[in-house]
Design a protein. Structure first.
Length: 498
């Protein structure tokens, strides 16, 4: 006996509005469209962002296989392919949602024209405003050549095959801006620059090599951004490893990028990437050579620190590993399976240690050049045969606090209270019982160490020292003299005036 049921079809207008909130921005949305072009074996992809105020338009055209009318109608369906179905090994798709959700996240009118080899061009359109205006909740996919102008249709006439997407009513990008709105136009250009940087990063492995694709934005080629500087001989790679979990093999390879003194200023600036050196440290996860994650420590309990910024680690996945790695719809997030976390942590620690050693070595060289004029926070005092410890009032940060305090009496009282209540007997007992049990200053809080370093650095500047001199002085102060790698980063920043 069949169970009773109702057909609970979702309302088209309402669901489309919900799908718009998947979290795409313009660069990630365009990257998702390009995935489809690459999967369709396109060799050339052209993106045009045309400013015209509220009538501004974005088009994405490729010379891939193109689609028949039936194939296009299927491709326009949300959820056109289940993520549980097997895909071709080189397929960059995932949920069967990308083209639709990526497009409507940025525009309210998506028109697709496609032409297969030896076939006729076909056109389909999702118009969110039209769907809402019907009030029927029906999924009315518009069709017909009259949806586009003659000029639009001619864009594919000179190609044997291909597909072109038209994004109109770009409410997220331009809204109802006037054509002469300079602020909106500037924002439009800035987003185009962001698109260029993002695509150069995400598809850099497709943009190089013998079978490279050609990607153009507004008529200009997009050059690849290689996060690993593999074109130079200054990179120190660690041996590649193959890790296996649930029958899926992934290849992991760490790269230690060179100190800025070993490469040209142009190479160093370029290697910083769209978000800067510090943000781009960590793991880079690729799925079929397509970059998903561009620098992240993957929740392995490690923070992004300046002295680890030269460590970048490549992970290569097949698309059959999507479920195990929790790939999201936008293909911008991934999480490693539990079975691999220990090995990834081991590799990360090795890479971070080697990256940090570069700064530690440079910091120690500077320390040796400066000598041992250490500046201590505590002074050892012997009075009438007894030992006391006093806070050094000449320490730059202590001196700054005393000089800038409106009421100095409470500050002096606090310093005296700290000095007079040091638990010396307890320290002696604990040291005798567990001599290796004492933690090092700031060993569990590099953020606090960096804050203390920054405040001391500023105090030195305000005390009359130049930036390079103040940065070098940190190397002779406790506890910073125990962290030469972090001070070395300060030296770089001081030298560049950052």
């Amino acid at each position: 006996m069949s169970p009773e049921y109702d057909i609970a079809s979702p309302g088209a207008a309402e669901l489309f509005e919900s799908l718009r909130a998947f979290g795409y921005d313009l660069p990630t949305a365009l990257a998702d469209i390009i995935d489809n072009s690459i999967s369709a074996s396109a060799r050339n992809i052209w993106i045009d962002m045309t400013w015209d105020g509220a009538a501004s338009r974005i088009t994405i055209r490729d010379d891939g296989r193109g689609m028949t009318e039936d194939a296009l109608r299927q491709a326009m369906r949300p959820g056109s392919l289940s993520p549980l179905e097997d895909r071709a090994a080189n397929d960059l798709g995932r949920f069967g949602l990308g083209m639709k959700t990526a497009s409507i996240s940025q525009c309210r009118c998506l028109t697709v024209m496609s032409k297969p080899r030896d076939g006729e061009a076909c056109i389909r359109r999702w118009d969110l405003d039209y769907i809402a205006s019907t009030g029927t909740g029906e999924w009315r996919l518009l069709k017909g050549s009259d949806l586009l102008t003659d000029t639009d249709r001619r864009l594919l006439e000179e190609q044997d095959q291909g597909t072109i997407l038209f994004w109109d009513r770009l409410d997220q990008l331009v809204g109802d801006a006037a054509v002469d709105d300079e602020t909106a136009q500037k924002h439009f250009r800035e987003r185009a620059d962001a698109v260029k940087a993002h695509l150069a990063m995400v598809f850099h492995r497709f943009l190089r090599g013998r079978n490279a694709i050609r990607l153009h934005l507004n008529g200009r080629p997009i050059e690849a951004w290689d996060p690993f500087l593999e074109d130079t001989d200054k990179v120190d790679p660690l041996p590649a490893e193959t890790l296996v979990a649930d029958g899926e093999a992934v290849e992991v390879k760490a790269f230690i990028l060179p100190h800025h003194t070993r490469i040209t200023p142009e190479q160093h600036a370029g290697a910083a990437g769209p978000r800067g050196w510090n943000a781009h440290q960590g793991f880079y996860i690729y799925r079929n050579k397509r970059l998903l994650v561009a620098g992240d420590w993957l929740g392995l309990g490690m923070q992004k620190e300046e002295h680890f910024k030269l460590a970048r680690i490549r992970i290569d996945l097949a698309n059959s590993a999507d479920l195990a790695w929790q790939i999201d719809v936008k293909k911008s997030r991934a999480r490693p399976p539990a079975a691999l976390r220990r090995d990834l942590l081991r590799i990360a620690r090795a890479a971070r240690g080697q990256a940090s050693s570069i700064y530690r070595h440079r910091g120690k060289v500077v320390q040796r050049k400066l000598g041992s004029n250490d500046v201590f926070l505590w002074n050892h005092v012997v009075k009438r045969g007894k030992t006391y410890y006093k806070i050094n009032r000449d320490h730059p940060l202590v001196r700054k606090v005393l000089e800038t305090a409106d009421d100095k009496a409470p500050v002096r009282a606090l310093l005296a209270l700290v000095e007079q209540t040091i638990p010396a007997p307890l320290i002696v007992i604990n040291n005798a019982e567990t001599p290796d049990g004492f933690g090092q200053p700031f060993e569990d809080s590099s953020a606090d160490l960096r804050t203390a370093m920054a405040e001391t650095f500023q105090a030195l500047i305000e005390g009359g020292r130049g930036r390079p001199d103040a940065a070098r002085a940190l190397l002779t102060m406790e506890p910073f003299n125990q962290y030469p790698e972090m001070v070395a980063v300060f030296l770089e920043e001081a030298a560049t005036g950052q």
